[in-house]
Design a protein around this ligand. Structure first.
Ligand code: NOJ
Length: 588
């Protein structure tokens, strides 16, 4: 039989899938051996988030790509990473940098091809690294064929795949909900004479999960990627998929609107959809799922994670919102105490211990400020701060998630004008602040603290032009400090943040108590030191982190009969921590 190019490719893909299943990934058949007891692979490793657009550009177009990632896998291996979460790299018009997906089954040409993706999965696998895809299932792009068909009229196969509603009698939007990125959450469509709902941008219409065909189509996408050999999924904006009654809320700002988050996040009935997803997609596989769970209070976590929950882990937002009472208003920040910071960890870990769930430790992601500025603002040495936070991240119970650049000690960008910022949500937050009566200076102050661009500047690989990220013009400016803070320079410097990360990650591998041990807060009243133990049988590690710019003291009995395993300052004295010092003690 003569094989056409398409057929050959199908056969190659099928063979590849069989090989991957044989290698332990993919959906299982009855004969596969799935691990039934002991810690899972993703509980033993370190995870790393790659903002694909900014990691490494292999072809000089100024945008990071999959081949760029493949070329840098050894950096991840050295950090002890075993799972790499890629931000969406599917076909997308990029209204929200890929979180608006036009085709879930193909790679955006700016990032490469499906062959490049298969090669990345394979090369990663050779290094014991699994690729984790971002599933953006609350919404698609307006360029998605499903939406194009849905908006073409009221009578088509996909007419109710999205959320369409008639206008109010006066022609206005069906409800007064404000989208998360600002402005009404409804967009009028001339052809249908109706509004569609968008929790985020008008270019990101919400899918109608009430429709079983929609749920099935989404499950099929996930299965397709499992068959490609991925190791897990991060579930984007997943708390918004179930909508409640479509009723107006009480206005919460001068625009007369009410934030959609308060109206739709974590609505009754949502878990049924997610249980269905888990049983249809995940059961019988060794993948993990981590849900982006903004709006799930700690008291509700037990339904979301754990043996009877819907995901293996959930990113709860208590920590990243610690200084932000209202996410839509970046101009109103609040002071917080170390006790609140600690409570986030205690509460999350308590729930996961009780329910058999697992905690994803994270201090940054591509939507958040850099942790050095976020959690240790003000005076002090940024390198010391970066190491202190690294200690927390890599000695916490759970799977640590490092955001690209965090391991090099990145800080926030502080570009002078709003025009310098690329992120649409940042620009919208700025306009919202001005409309609400804040001054330009106040609005820019909010931007400097919370702009998402801070986490998205190109990765700094070396001191050459554009930090070695691209040979072209980078899509977002490289941070000006790149000649000092880059991977190559930091690798040479024994005192760098990078080398500290590498050492800590090695320590975590060597000491099972740092991965699996019980967590206990041992200085619950301190305003300056975050101290805890990790205990497993007769093994115990004690971790002490000074969150202040001054020397801080603790009772040296806490580390009796212990030896220092690592300190962020080179040298340490029992009972005393230098400004922002972190230290890990283990038993002699
Ligand atoms: C959460 C993602 O992390 C963010 O980057 C994106 O803009 C929204 N969801 C919409 O998909």
């Amino acid at each position: 039989m003569l094989l056409g190019k398409g057929n050959k490719k199908m056969i190659v893909n099928a063979l590849m899938t069989c090989m991957l299943i044989a290698a332990g990934c993919g959906r299982s058949t009855e004969t596969d051996k799935l691990q039934t007891s002991g810690p899972k692979w993703w509980q033993q490793t370190v995870a790393y988030e790659i903002y694909v657009k900014s990691f490494m550009d292999s072809d000089g177009d100024g945008t990071g790509d999959l081949n760029g990632i493949t070329s840098k896998l050894d950096h991840l291996k050295e950090l002890g990473v075993g799972a790499v979460w890629l931000t969406p790299c599917y076909v997308s018009p990029q209204a929200d940098n890929g979180y608006d997906i036009a085709d879930y089954y193909n790679i955006d040409p700016a990032y490469g091809t499906m062959d490049d993706m298969e090669r990345l999965i394979e090369e990663a696998r050779k290094r014991d690294i699994r690729i984790v895809m971002d599933l953006v299932f609350n919404h698609t792009s307006i360029e998605n064929e499903w939406f194009k068909e849905s908006r073409s009229g009221k009578d088509n196969d996909k007419s109710d795949w999205y959320i369409w509603k008639d206008p109010k009698p006066d022609g206005s939007a069906p409800t007064n909900w404000r989208s998360i990125f600002g402005g009404s959450a409804w967009e009028y469509d001339e052809t249908r004479g109706q509004y569609y709902l968008h929790t985020f941008l008008p270019e990101q219409p919400d899918l109608n999960w009430e429709n079983p065909e929609v749920r099935k189509a989404l499950q099929d996408i996930a299965k397709f990627w499992i068959d490609k050999g991925v190791g897990g999924f991060r579930m984007d904006a997943i708390t918004y998929i179930k909508k409640p009654d479509y009723a107006d809320g009480r206005p919460d700002a001068a625009d007369g609107l009410t934030g959609i988050h308060a109206m739709t996040a974590n609505t009754d009935g949502i878990l049924d959809y997610l249980h269905e997803f888990k049983s249809e997609v995940q059961e019988g596989t060794d993948i993990f799922t981590v849900g982006e769970a903004n709006g799930v209070a700690p008291s509700d976590l037990k339904y979301w994670t754990g043996k009877d929950g819907v995901f293996d882990m959930v990113f709860e937002f208590g920590l990243v919102n610690i200084d932000l009472p209202d996410e839509s208003n970046w101009c109103e920040r609040r002071e917080w105490k170390l006790g609140e910071f600690r409570s986030f960890f205690s509460e999350n870990l308590e729930v996961s211990d009780e329910t058999g769930g697992w905690f994803p430790a994270f201090l940054e992601n591509h939507d958040q400020p850099r942790s050095i500025d976020h959690f240790m603002p003000g005076e002090g040495d940024r390198i010391a701060k970066g190491k202190a936070l690294a200690t927390l991240l890599l000695t916490m119970k759970g799977t640590p998630f490092i955001m690209q650049g965090e391991e090099l000690g990145y800080i926030n960008v502080d570009w002078p004008s709003i025009d310098d910022y690329n992120d649409i949500s940042t620009r919208n937050h700025y306009s919202f602040a001005l409309e609400e009566g804040y001054t330009e200076e106040e609005a820019m102050d909010g931007v400097h603290h919370f702009a998402r661009d801070s986490a998205r500047t190109p990765m700094q690989w070396d001191a050459s032009a554009n930090a070695g990220f691209t040979k072209g013009e980078p899509w977002l400016p490289v941070y000006p400090d790149y000649q000092v803070f880059n991977r190559a320079e930091e690798k040479k410097d024994p005192d760098s943040v990078l080398n500290y990360y590498i050492s800590l990650s090695g320590l975590r591998r060597e000491h099972s108590e740092l991965r699996e041990g019980d967590y206990e807060d041992i200085m619950p009243d301190s305003d300056s030191i975050f101290a805890y133990t990790r205990t497993q049988g007769d093994k115990k590690a004690t971790i002490l982190i000074n969150f202040t710019d001054s020397e801080a003291r603790y009772d040296a009995d806490l580390i009796k009969d212990s030896e220092c395993l690592i300190t962020s300052c080179g040298d340490t004295s029992p009972g005393i921590l230098a400004p922002f010092e972190a230290v890990v003690y283990g038993q002699k």
